[in-house]
Design a protein around this ligand. Structure first.
Ligand SMILES: [Zn+2]
Length: 439
């Protein structure tokens, strides 16, 4: 419940959009001051509460409004905090409060105690809320897009930043922005949480005509990633070669890291005064940067591919039926794990859910049991598959039904069964997600 988003009735959350920023000189100093101030406030709060708890464990944790009232005092005491965007400090206090409440009430099982932050962390972030402030000429937003490649943050003590293309920020409202620095890539990013007017979404629905078609989709685990009940096939995104190069880098990098960590530990053991850090090793840093670049590239290719496929599916069918695959269960099976993670099934489903809503289409999720081992013509289970090992089963691409002698492609048959299940189950469908209009 980190940041309570205020949505107007007609607005819809669109998620986040990330852009690269290219700060220079003073802008870098500005950003690092922002990081530093947020870290300082966070650490101060933690120190205060640790001391408080030690002195009197019975004391109750105060409300957020009380915590926030400490901020002006802090700014008075530490003059330099005044030069920093105040919304971002407020956000840090909110996050601290949430983290403490989660820890105290144990809402999440693994929720640990909030910890001190270090400037050596792998990534530094600061969040700015896009609240309006008053000027002589009227209300202005904290974050303003000046041109497709420039944006302005803050008021008089703010900065203008050069960015990657901001074109898809048009017609949306920015709720907050997270500025981040990734040490391994040595890059700066800004990501926006954006909302859109629902009335604008109507244009998507007008654009996408009703096709009157329904489709079942089976997730393939081999070379084919998706197979539809009318025989369309989508391959696995072509990241294979990149992936191989990345694996090589990764193992190289890991081996180096282990060696360096050992060396650092040994050195620090014998030199009590002058300690060294693994981050001081320039070659390892370089290696790490290359590795991270590969990972990012693969992620981007995959994401782009998923966007294209889901848009195509949503545009060409009115009803889309998928299996409710429990990804975690499947990931337990080691041989399949690599393929499923690779196939990004979870992300695919998330994209489908919201796109179906935008385009006014229907998404149905059915139970996955036996969908691939039943004949889609006569509906009988093929006894040959009953006790087959997973590996053998995966090797079967085509088969003939022993009862009605229909010839099946394994994946097409499965997707037909998935579609049929949605139709026959009718109201018993395990979950119906999204989709305002019935078909
Ligand atoms: Zn049959």
């Amino acid at each position: 419940m980190a940041f309570k988003t205020k949505l107007a009735e007609h607005e819809i959350q669109l998620g986040t959009r990330q852009y690269r920023i290219y700060p220079e000189g003073e802008q870098i100093a500005w950003i690092w001051q922002l990081f530093g101030a947020n870290r300082f406030v966070w650490n101060q709060f933690i120190a205060t509460f640790e001391a408080r708890y030690e002195a009197n464990p019975e004391l109750k944790f105060p409300k957020i409004s009380v915590l926030k009232s400490w901020l002006p005092l802090m700014r008075k005491e530490h003059e330099w905090l005044k030069r920093v965007n105040s919304t971002s400090l407020q956000f840090t206090v909110e996050r601290f409060s949430d983290a403490m409440w989660a820890f105290l009430t144990k809402k999440q099982i693994k929720q640990g105690k909030p910890r001190f932050k270090s400037r050596k962390y792998y990534s530094q972030t600061a969040t700015i809320k896009n609240v309006k402030y008053q000027t002589k000429t009227g209300a202005q937003a904290q974050i303003a897009v000046l041109s497709p490649h420039h944006l302005r943050i803050g008021k008089k003590n703010g900065i203008t930043l050069r960015t990657s293309s901001l074109n898809n920020l048009r017609n949306v409202r920015i709720q907050k922005a997270v500025i981040s620095y990734r040490q391994d890539l040595d890059r700066y990013y800004i990501s926006f949480s954006v909302v859109k007017d629902k009335r604008q979404l109507a244009q998507y629905q007008v654009k996408s005509k009703k096709t009157g078609k329904s489709v079942g989709i089976d997730v393939g685990l081999g070379k084919e990633w998706l197979v539809t009940s009318d025989g369309k096939r989508f391959g696995v995104p072509a990241t294979f070669k990149l992936g191989k190069a990345m694996l090589k880098r990764q193992s190289h990098c890991d081996r180096n890291r282990t060696a360096i960590e050992k060396r650092v530990a040994r050195f620090n053991q014998s030199h009590k005064e002058a300690k060294i850090d693994k981050y001081d090793y320039a070659n390892w840093q370089k290696l790490r940067k290359t590795k991270s670049k590969y990972q990012l590239k693969i992620r981007n290719i995959r994401y782009d591919y998923l966007q294209k496929v889901t848009t195509e599916l949503v545009k060409s069918y009115d009803v889309i039926v998928i299996e409710d695959l429990k990804i975690k269960n499947l990931l337990g099976n080691h041989k399949l794990a690599h393929n499923i993670a690779n196939a990004s099934w979870g992300m695919f489903r998330r994209l489908l859910v919201y796109k179906c809503e935008w385009y006014g289409k229907k998404l149905i999720v059915v139970k996955p049991q036996y969908t691939s081992r039943i004949c889609s013509e006569c509906g009988k289970k093929n006894p040959r598959f009953a006790h087959m090992k997973t590996r053998d089963w995966l090797a079967i691409r085509e088969w003939d039904c022993p009862y009605c002698h229909a010839h099946h492609d394994r994946d097409v048959n499965a997707s037909k069964n998935i579609l049929a299940r949605a139709v026959s189950l009718g109201s018993k469908i395990s979950k119906i997600q999204a989709g305002a209009q019935p078909c």
